[in-house]
Design a protein around this ligand. Structure first.
Ligand SMILES: Cc1cc2nc3c(=O)[nH]c(=O)nc-3n(C[C@H](O)[C@H](O)[C@H](O)COP(=O)(O)OP(=O)(O)OC[C@H]3O[C@@H](n4cnc5c(N)ncnc54)[C@H](O)[C@@H]3O)c2cc1C
Length: 373
């Protein structure tokens, strides 16, 4: 059986390896190519909080190893800037902070010793029958096609999938910060009036404490913050994070990333299935995006384990199994984003009550942890 994977990001590469392990012939297409240097000394700005299920998948694919660049965290604390409400999760296996490029590099290393074939031709379209096209040239006839081309979903749209804009157009500033106080393995998030601000624990550099920043703000707030110098922005973040990690300073210039939510009207057409950010783009509020994508790959792994080889059936099964999770998470992220930015007194009271309830009920906390993968 032959599979084509469109997109060589972490989700596409993990899908390719899962298919190969199940005995499929696999070709992966990505116009950006498949070369990636080992990350440099300082931890990069794109960092993921990966849950235990995503880690186990990467272990099964031999794409995980102990490394000083990984930072396990045992506590996640969420507070509201405008009230004293907080929710705190503690678990020995809450997750690991890891650079996105580190994960992709481990997957590429595995690919290099597999029989998977890589191509840099720009695919333009796929058909529900599994034909892969670049302009007028048919590149491949596959029994299953995985679309994992990231958020833009251009090939998906060109191939007849309908992309639905879920709104919440905003921006996030990300970067690595030096901190004067240690994080003690705690991931911290505060709902500021501008939007949710996360300081995620990173391995220290020598004597220096490090945290990773993700601050999602509306486009209007971003226009006011983007012109600030890195020093002025770091000062603002120090204040908004209530000095929880002491005085903060950027170790390299921060990046501004456009954000929004989207989904596809359907995730499967014939033997073509959309996975990862192609199928669901969500706000990076609880560190869920890549975890959700790896859950799509786990659904592929499960259906292949049953021995099914019919591409249409595999695509339909993944869509059926994953759709509810995709919807639930994107609705929850939208509600969080709107609810925590609202500064009217009743809204502040409601979210204070919600955080207190979540903190008092371990079952609710467990549900959030489940969602985080
Ligand atoms: C600020 C921020 C913070 C985040 N934090 C977290 C977090 O803490 N935890 C978490 O789980 N997730 C997080 N995410 C989400 C995570 O980054 C994404 O969910 C993840 O990168 C999706 O992987 P992917 O492989 O689906 O897509 P991508 O990583 O976008 O990969 C897509 C690949 O497809 C290729 N491609 C593009 N066009 C084509 C084409 N036409 N043909 C072939 N290939 C193509 C691209 O070159 C790329 O290699 C965060 C996201 C943001 C923006």
């Amino acid at each position: 059986m032959r599979a084509a994977v469109i997109g060589g990001g972490a989700i596409g590469l993990a899908s390719a390896l899962v298919l190969e392990q199940a005995g499929w012939e696999v070709a992966v297409y990505d116009p950006q190519g498949f070369d990636l240097a080992e990350p440099s000394d300082e931890i990069g700005a794109r960092v993921w909080a990966l849950g235990p299920k995503a880690q186990s998948l990467l272990e099964r694919l031999s794409a995980w190893r102990a490394d000083t660049r990984l930072c396990p965290y045992q506590t996640m604390r969420v507070i509201d800037f405008t009230s004293d409400a907080e929710v705190c999760f503690t678990d020995r296996d809450l997750g690991v902070l890891v650079e996105a490029d580190w994960v992709r590099k481990r997957l590429l290393d595995r690919l290099a010793v597999s029989k998977i074939v890589t191509h840099s031709e720009p695919v333009t379209q796929v058909t529900p029958e599994g034909e892969v096209w670049a302009g007028d040239t048919r590149l491949l006839q596959a029994d299953l096609v995985v679309l994992a081309e990231g958020r833009a979903a251009r090939i998906a749209v060109a191939s007849g999938f309908e992309r639905i804009d879920g709104g919440h157009h905003q921006k996030a500033v990300v970067g690595t910060l030096a901190a004067t106080l240690p994080h003690e393995g705690e991931a911290f998030q505060v709902f500021t009036p501008e939007g949710p601000l996360a300081l995620l624990p990173l391995p220290s550099q020598g004597e220096g404490n490090r945290v990773s920043l993700v601050w999602s703000v509306t486009s209007e707030v971003a226009s006011a913050l983007e012109p600030l110098s890195a020093e002025a922005l770091a000062r603002r973040i120090t204040l908004r994070s209530e000095w929880v990690r002491g005085d903060l300073s950027f170790v390299a210039d921060p990046d501004w990333i456009p954000l929004s939510q989207h989904r596809l009207a359907q995730d499967a057409r014939g033997c073509v299935v959309a996975m990862g950010d192609t199928a669901h783009g969500i706000l990076p509020l609880a560190g869920l995006g890549a975890n959700l994508g790896f859950a799509d790959v786990r659904a592929l792994e499960s259906v292949l384990a049953t021995g099914v080889q019919d591409g249409d059936r595999i695509a339909r099964t993944i869509e059926r199994e994953r759709r509810l999770d995709h919807r639930a998470v994107s609705v929850a992220m939208g509600l969080f984003s709107d609810g925590f930015r609202d500064n009217r007194p009743w809204a502040r009271l409601t979210r204070s009550a919600l955080l207190r309830t979540a903190n008092a009920h371990p079952s609710l906390r467990r549900m959030f942890q489940e969602l985080a993968g």
